[in-house]
Design a protein around this ligand. Structure first.
Ligand code: EPU
Length: 340
């Protein structure tokens, strides 16, 4: 395991902000993990596990500990039957390459999550989702190192307590596990409509009526390329805010003033309102605040155009949150994690 010191976190996070990590290492095997946590305990240093940094914001003070890049690879078919193929993938594998591989195998289940930046190990953490699919629908189990017991463990999908952009890995068990592999069950059948509106509209506009996993992957990749800035060119972390899930009375209050408010009913009776729409109503869409551009194509995404520091981002974030709260009484929530 190579050990590097004084590493700029902006080079390892797609928002390209933040200070220095005291120590950085790469994890390539399970032995690397046990050795890392043993050494960190001896030196009383905290550890932060990072994938490709596409959903994590580093702060200006950096990290007084060890940032460990998860590079544990692997791709293995663990079970097959007429209906499905179950695949175990290393946490450090690139998510989109994994998607591409499963689509080439003719499998359905994650094609609509094509082109999401990041690693496979990060997919359960925030329960990634796009165009009507989410990781929770296809995850069978998550393997991890339990830093409290020092044991390698396997968590069932139920243990992960998945919900909209959430799981125990960013909630009650944040920092407890170092994810080593994820097992997905994917399906041999064709993707089944009804599809998410934006996806169906795109398919219709291209006169596509035969829905294969490859067709869905190509369509989603094309839609994303139009709406979401490429983090390699324009620093960003995808959606910067979660969509807003509110009580019915609050939705009714918004709908009285804005009868056209887009909304989706949630199974528990709450209502989801697109936060991009809320931000757009404040007039902030497309504006530059403290060097952060509110994406003109989707106000949910903030692009670091010229922010010099995390505090610029924090100032922009506060202005957006305040303006939305003043207009709608809804407090919008940040989606990416913070490297602390
Ligand atoms: N909308 C606006 N103005 C905006 C943006 C959105 O009015 O500036 C409204 C539109 O009515 C649109 C609706 O919001 O119909 C939904 O917009 P869109 O389909 O573009 O998706 P989103 O809610 O902005 C979510 C995910 C994305 C995912 C897309 C597609 C979250 C936080 N974001 O965005 O995920 O790709 O749906 O499924 O749930 C990510 O998590 O980083 C991410 C990019």
């Amino acid at each position: 395991m190579n050990i590097h010191t004084n590493i700029a976190l902006k080079s390892f996070t797609t928002m390209r902000l933040g200070g220095m990590a005291d120590v950085m290492v790469e994890l390539k095997s399970l032995e690397d993990i046990t050795s890392l946590y043993t050494q960190a305990a001896e030196r009383q240093l905290p550890v932060y596990i990072l994938g490709s940094g596409s959903n994590v914001i580093a702060r200006d003070e950096g990290y007084r500990g060890i940032v460990a890049l998860n590079r544990i690879m692997g791709f293995e078919i663990v079970q097959e039957d007429e209906m499905s193929v179950t695949i175990r993938v290393g946490a450090g594998e690139n998510w989109d390459e994994f998607c591409a591989k499963t689509v080439e195998m003719g499998l359905s289940g994650i094609a609509a999550m094509s082109a999401i930046p990041g690693t496979c190990g990060a997919s359960p953490v925030q329960n990634i989702g796009a165009y009507g699919q989410e990781a929770a629908d296809v995850i069978v189990s998550v393997e991890a190192y339990d830093t409290t017991s020092g044991q390698f463990v396997e968590l069932s999908a139920e243990d992960c307590k998945f919900s909209y952009r959430h799981s125990i890995f960013r909630g009650e068990a944040a920092g407890k596990y170092c994810i080593t592999a994820v097992t997905f069950r994917l399906y041999r059948g064709m993707p089944q409509p009804p599809f998410y509106d934006a996806l169906q509209n795109y398919l219709d506009s291209q006169n596509i009526t035969l829905y294969t996993p490859q067709v869905i992957r190509d369509a989603v990749t094309a839609i994303r390329a139009k709406k979401l800035p490429d983090p390699a060119i324009q620093p960003n972390t995808g959606s910067f805010f979660k969509n807003s899930v509110v009580e019915k009375w609050l939705y009714d209050e918004v709908a009285t003033k804005f009868p056209d408010v887009p909304h989706y009913d949630m199974p528990d009776g709450q209502i989801k309102i697109p936060t991009g729409w809320l931000i757009e109503q404040t007039g902030l869409k497309g504006q530059l605040l403290h060097g952060m551009r509110i994406n003109p194509a989707n106000a949910l995404v903030l692009i670091n155009e010229s922010a010099g520091s995390y505090s610029d981002l924090a100032a922009a974030r506060e202005e957006i949150i305040t303006q939305v709260r003043d207009m709608f009484r809804i407090t919008i929530e940040q989606e990416p994690l913070e490297l602390v």
